[in-house]
Design a protein around this ligand. Structure first.
Ligand code: DGJ
Length: 564
């Protein structure tokens, strides 16, 4: 079942260990509810991390998401499948369009889905399917014509001034039922034709959120606005289990009330209206997810259109599963397995960090456009530092030669490292590195220090052997994986790594440390290490550091030792 389980298969309650700021936390949240049936794909817990398990084997998603319209034509996609395979992807994220599968109400045509399945299998690849249902980027343009044209049955959102928006109302039972019926039919079809788990997960809707206003103003929405805030949402705030600081601050600013209507509890300004919108979107999404899981319980998630600092709800998609609303969504849509951010802004480390919580394993379905130079570094950081179980740049088939080469090499490295990564994630044996970048693009290139086992690594993002002006520092990144008491894999590009003994660590040994042996190499298809050069002399600056050059991706297997 698509819920968190321990590596032994025992169900566990997700425990919040990491918060937005990386602080330890104590609150225990409810696990996803039990769902009927089984699927070959599950989410399994390992230490503080979780990974996908496919037919009982852990799986790291090295993915890419197709441009929106590509999957609507099988012949259009023909030339791209080999390219995607050659880029070392193991998974393609592809939309399923409601307008294509249910052109006539109640009559389903899954040929577009079957084509995707056949073409992915032919390349020995997996799929994550994206349900373009009632909402895609807020709007309702992927619904079939019979939904679009029947406004009496399927009402649209009304703004405060009464104007209509091309967004179906989250308050309409008819919309929800039609959407849920189609989604359940899709999941039932997958259950029938995909017993081996070509499809790993399903995204419910796409980038949900209200535009251009903070909330709906139609009759049903107005009636809901006058209702009391559900106790299910207030309880985590009262009991301290809701941890996102913005929600708590908003609640406290309005008197930290134990009960009351939406405007009493959260205020009637945009921020309060947004909480109301988030709750109702979450509840709607929960209904769709439940309907889908009742048919076939694959892991399911929602993706997020993030907001920029200083923008108001409605200028960005209001009430989506945004960082400041994660608790609302977790409470309102408990049947979702995770919330997955689409990160196009430069401040990747900070944004991804907010979605890496013990109750929310990290998956990045849209990690910027594939052409962005920092994509590989972000992959290393997310997987190595935040225990992401998957990563996927957008518009993957449209990679230009430069980004194609970068992704191919980075994913090639990650493929080789996958067994070591999966063994290390969640157990404090892997760290990822890339410079922190602010929302305005400022690159904070100061070195970062991390301890792994008995050694402390200081990682610099500036290559001391290349003129700084020639370096794209934001694109430098990599990971360090501990594979033995003194043995580490160091991989990526553009990093200079120095090492010291970790003071106070087990054995309390000397704090001076040196390189016993550094070897470059690769892992073959059977996972055997194939050594290349032994790196010493100028290549390690006479033993002073490990260097991953900025112009190539590399794996080095390094043994360290301590001395006095
Ligand atoms: C985010 C959406 O989720 C995608 O479907 C696509 O529209 C991209 N934005 C375009 O940048």
């Amino acid at each position: 079942m698509g819920r968190l389980r321990s590596a032994t298969g025992r169900h566990t309650c997700p425990r919040r260990m990491k918060l937005a700021g990386g602080l330890a936390a104590l609150a225990v949240l409810a696990a996803s509810p039990l769902v009927a049936g089984t699927s070959p794909v599950t989410l399994e817990r390992q230490g503080t991390a979780a990974h996908l398990s496919v037919d009982g084997k852990p799986f790291l998603v090295l993915g890419g998401e197709l441009g929106n319209s590509s999957a609507s034509s099988r012949s259009y996609m023909t030339k791209y499948w080999p390219k995607l395979k050659a880029m070392n992807l193991n998974t393609v994220l592809a939309p399923v369009y409601w307008e294509l599968i249910e052109d006539r109400e109640g009559s389903f045509d899954f040929s577009s889905v079957d084509g995707l399945l056949a073409d992915a299998r032919a390349q020995d690849m997996h799929l994550v399917l994206l349900w373009f249902g009632a909402w895609k980027n807020s709007m309702s343009t992927y619904v079939p014509g019979w939904v679009k044209r029947d406004q009496a049955r399927f009402p649209r959102v009304r703004a405060a001034n009464g104007t209509s928006v091309e967004i179906l109302s989250a308050f309409s039972p008819a919309v929800r039922e039609a959407d849920a019926k189609a989604f359940a039919a899709l999941m039932g079809h997958l259950k029938a034709v995909d017993a081996k788990g070509t499809v790993l997960m399903v995204q419910v809707e796409n980038e949900i959120g209200m535009l251009p206003v903070a909330r709906e103003w139609g009759d049903a929405a107005q009636a809901a606005w006058a209702q009391p805030v559900p106790d299910a949402l207030l309880r985590p705030l009262r009991e301290g289990a809701a941890v996102e600081p913005e929600l708590r601050a908003l609640w406290q600013a309005h008197g930290a009330k134990a009960a009351g209507t939406w405007d009493q509890v959260f205020g009637d300004a945009d921020a309060g209206q947004e909480v109301f919108t988030a709750w109702h979107y979450a509840q709607y999404t929960d209904a769709i997810t439940r309907a889908g899981k009742a048919a076939y319980p694959l892991p399911m998630y929602v993706n997020v259109a993030l907001n920029r600092f200083g923008k108001a709800p409605g200028e960005y998609p209001s009430g989506g599963p945004l960082p400041h609303l994660i608790d609302v969504w977790k409470t309102g849509a408990p049947s979702l397995d995770l919330i997955a951010p689409d990160i196009y802004f430069p401040n990747f480390n900070d944004l991804a960090g907010r979605y890496s919580r013990a109750d929310n394993p990290l998956f990045i379905p849209e990690a910027n456009n594939v052409t962005a130079p920092e994509v590989p570094a972000n992959a290393f950081y997310a997987i190595g530092n935040l225990d992401a179980f998957g990563f996927s740049p957008f518009s993957i088939e449209n990679a230009d030669p430069k980004s194609q080469a970068a992704v191919t090499e980075a994913y090639g490295l990650l493929r080789q490292l996958t067994p070591a990564i999966l063994k290390a994630q969640g157990l404090g044996r892997v760290a990822g590195f890339k410079p922190r970048v602010l929302e305005d693009g400022t690159v904070l290139d100061a070195p970062v220090t991390r301890a792994l086992g008995d050694y402390r690594f200081t990682v610099s993002f500036i290559d001391s052997w290349t003129p700084k002006a020639e370096q794209d520092i934001a694109s430098h990144g990599g990971m360090i994986i501990q594979t033995g008491p003194e043995e580490y894999l160091i991989a990526g590009r553009g990093l200079i790594v120095t090492v010291a003994g970790e003071p106070g660590a087990k054995g309390d040994g000397p704090t001076l440390a040196g390189i016993d042996k550094a070897v470059e190499g690769t892992f073959d298809a059977q996972g055997r290490w194939v050594p290349g050069r032994v790196l010493n002399g100028d290549q390690t600056h006479q033993g002073r550091h490990i260097r991953l050059p900025p112009d190539q991706f590399q794996i080095q297997r390094v043994t360290f030792y301590r001395y006095r």
